[in-house]
Ligand binder design. Structure first.
Ligand code: 5AD
Length: 331
């Protein structure tokens, strides 16, 4: 797809034909199966100060917590019981808490004790760290590059370089060479983001040949610098626009795994996930973090818990899938 074609799709009055086409491609490449990946939010103790994120180091109003290794393995065991097949270990960036050795040991325990595949989402880390984790059995790594616009990236990530390679894109390339399946993505509607830069982001997904694409609306957090500012974005924050981007991602990368994200569900708890799964997405990530800790992981306000591990909310998710002609598959 050319830049102009993507621009036309994103700005057309209606996207019904686009959603239909994306669904057809998704059916062809992925069938009617939906993967459920158990999200485990390891810790809210973050050393970074990203301007958009409620969990940033400078926000004194966050309940900071860190799960123990036994708690994490127990969450993975729950994923096994629920036939998920994969867990995603995500944490605020903290190389002191999540050392190379500790994470390697955790990966090993999860594999041996629960048989779940392991996706890591621990932020920017060294080549030696990700190599050690791959060796310990990690299968996939998620690292959103957030934006290809270097000035915007540096503005919202204090301390990030403005010249040379984009640090996150460089890490994604390294991890691909290490044998990881790699996932990346962006927020839609960050103040200062332009339609042109968004189109560049989408084309970069394709250039990187991503295995997974995570896209969600940017949701203002009042206790962050960006959330308090009044700067706008050319990119709309809406369910419709987010779904258009899922559909474009599906057309650009027909075989990718594309989750309907928590941020989309938080924007519209009623219809978000249905709309996401109807526009090319084929993955859903139920939150398996113990309920007691969840409020500590508020990267944006109104973040919904999506699915508590209780059987009733999972069966509601299964009902949703069936109503769309889809079904849960393990993987
Ligand atoms: N709104 C939406 N998404 C956010 N993220 C962080 N803060 C916000 C926010 N305020 C996303 C980022 C990050 C992922 C873990 O959560 O894209 O990579």
């Amino acid at each position: 797809m050319t830049r102009q074609e993507i621009r036309t799709i994103l700005t057309a009055p209606s996207a019904d034909a686009l959603f239909k086409e994306a669904q057809a491609v998704r059916l062809q490449t992925k069938g009617t199966g939906v993967f459920l990946r158990g999200l485990i939010e390891l810790s809210s103790i973050c050393l970074r100060d990203c301007l958009y994120c409620g969990m940033r180091h400078s926000n004194a109003n966050v309940r900071r917590y860190a799960l123990t290794d036994d708690e994490i393995v127990a969450c993975a065991a729950l994923a096994q019981t629920l036939h998920f097949g994969t867990v995603v270990l995500q944490a605020g960036e903290n190389e002191r808490l999540w050392t190379r050795e500790r994470v390697a040991h955790l990966i090993h325990r999860i594999k041996v004790e629960t048989g779940q595949r392991v996706t890591l989402s621990l932020g920017e880390r060294s080549e030696a760290d990700t190599a050690a984790w791959r060796e310990a059995g990690a299968d996939r790594y998620l690292l959103r590059f957030e934006t290809t616009d270097r000035a915007l990236f540096a503005h919202i990530h204090p301390g990030a370089p403005t010249t040379g390679d984009h640090p996150r894109i460089a890490q994604l390339r390294r991890m691909k060479a290490q044998g990881y399946e790699i996932g990346s993505g962006i927020m839609l509607g960050i103040p200062g983001q332009t339609l042109d830069s968004l189109i560049e982001d989408l084309l970069t997904f394709q250039a990187l040949q991503l295995d997974m694409v995570g896209l969600g609306p940017y949701l203002r957090h009042p206790e962050t610098p960006l959330g308090q500012g009044d700067q706008d974005s050319e990119v709309p924050v809406s369910v419709d626009f987010t779904c258009r981007c899922y559909a474009v991602a599906r057309l650009l990368l027909p075989s990718a795994n594309i989750p309907s994200t928590t941020a989309l569900s938080s924007l519209d708890p009623e219809a978000g996930r249905i709309r996401g799964l109807s526009s090319g997405a084929n993955v859903f990530m139920p939150n398996l973090t113990p309920a007691y800790y969840r409020e500590g992981y508020q990267i944006y306000p109104g973040k919904i818990c999506v699915v508590a591990p209780q059987a009733d909310s999972l069966s509601a998710l299964h009902d949703t899938l069936h109503s769309l002609g889809l079904h849960h598959i393990e993987g």
